[in-house]
Design a protein around this ligand. Sequence first.
Ligand SMILES: Cc1cc2nc3c(=O)[nH]c(=O)nc-3n(C[C@H](O)[C@H](O)[C@H](O)COP(=O)(O)OP(=O)(O)OC[C@H]3O[C@@H](n4cnc5c(N)ncnc54)[C@H](O)[C@@H]3O)c2cc1C
Length: 390
Amino acid sequence: MNTTATPSVLVLGAGPVGLATALLLRARGSAVTVLEAAAEDAPRPGSRAIFLHRQSLATLAAADPVLGTELVAAGLVWGARCTSYEGREIHRRTYPPPPADRAPFSSLPQPVMEELLRAACRRAGAEIHWGAPVTGLVSSPDGVAVRTPQAGHRAAYAVGCDGARSAVRRAIGVRLRGPRSPHAFLVLDVADDPGRPLPRERAFHYRDPRMAGRNVLTVPFRGGLRVDVQCRPDDDPEALAGAAADWLPGLLPDGHACAVTWSSHYRFQQVVADGLTDRYGRVLLAGEAGHLFAPFGARGLNSGIADAAAAAAATVTGDVAGFAAARHRAALLNRQAAGCALAHLTAAAPWRHAAQRLAAAAAPCSRRAGSWLDRAPYGPRDAGIPGSRY
Ligand SMILES: Cc1cc2nc3c(=O)[nH]c(=O)nc-3n(C[C@H](O)[C@H](O)[C@H](O)COP(=O)(O)OP(=O)(O)OC[C@H]3O[C@@H](n4cnc5c(N)ncnc54)[C@H](O)[C@@H]3O)c2cc1C
């Protein structure tokens, strides 16, 4: 394989995981070309993954300290979390403001993260080809050949970061396996009202009477508030979104403007690829190309950044089998953790419902009961992956 005139690694897809992979590869001295299907100015709407965990911030800051600082400055750290049950607050925890250099996380819209990652990739000298969808890929023991409508590219390795409908995954004959939640969730972004800032607290409402008993999660991010509503089986999520003007004001502080900037609804997939590499160990899958989880516990993007770091290391050490084994195991654990959260939230088994009701009744005198109700919607904190939360 010619490694002088051709890039040594092709990154396929310039979503957040592809951009992180390109940056981490450049930090290791690899020559990188990114091929992205969309145009550079294509809109990437919605807050989507709003929670960058401390570990992801540290991974990115190690590659580019400026990026680390910018990601913290562009986000916010909410200082309180509260949980209510049937309209009654049962648990509250407040946190002192963290020192500027030790943010525990940063909450910012995914498009802002992507802008900052793109700028960091430019600084690092990663070449990005926009409007260049991968239409063909062939791997061999020596490397990878990739085709786009414009050109052919060859490299020693390719990292497929082309998202849930990955063409790279299909090209290497790998399939996603796992269930899909039958429950629909509705998500809305509400813009900050400059005159009336929203409280910087994350709130989880079990069986919220303002929403006729549905579960509601609200999470602030820089610029707005994310509202997640767990639909009932007989809900039409689009109709519920269309009627937001009727119910949303009740969830916001009095008089706050209901400026909905984005809404979407979805049923979660809990799927993991049956392998994260091709048979020659030349193509690696990272991020949603390799797994999709319910978002509780913020395991989507944060685990994608852990994949990116592991993939960048593997292309340098050549231990692609080690990458595939470790990140596949991580994906299964992440899915299991997100699955615990989903089972708690949907409470399909009557005993879960009863346990939640009992814990809510006990919460005024048992901090432990309130804390359990507060934490359970996110699944276990540590998915059992040594050295990593994701
Ligand atoms: C409604 C919604 C809410 C979400 N909420 C959360 C959340 O709260 N927390 C969380 O952690 N995550 C959340 N996510 C998931 C989060 O957005 C993903 O984890 C993240 O975008 C995955 O990044 P990625 O780079 O793997 O894939 P993507 O962001 O999908 O990027 C893939 C890129 O590959 C490009 N591409 C596709 N096909 C090709 C091709 N053939 N050739 C070249 N390029 C190609 C695409 O254009 C895209 O730019 C949410 C997602 C949605 C949709």
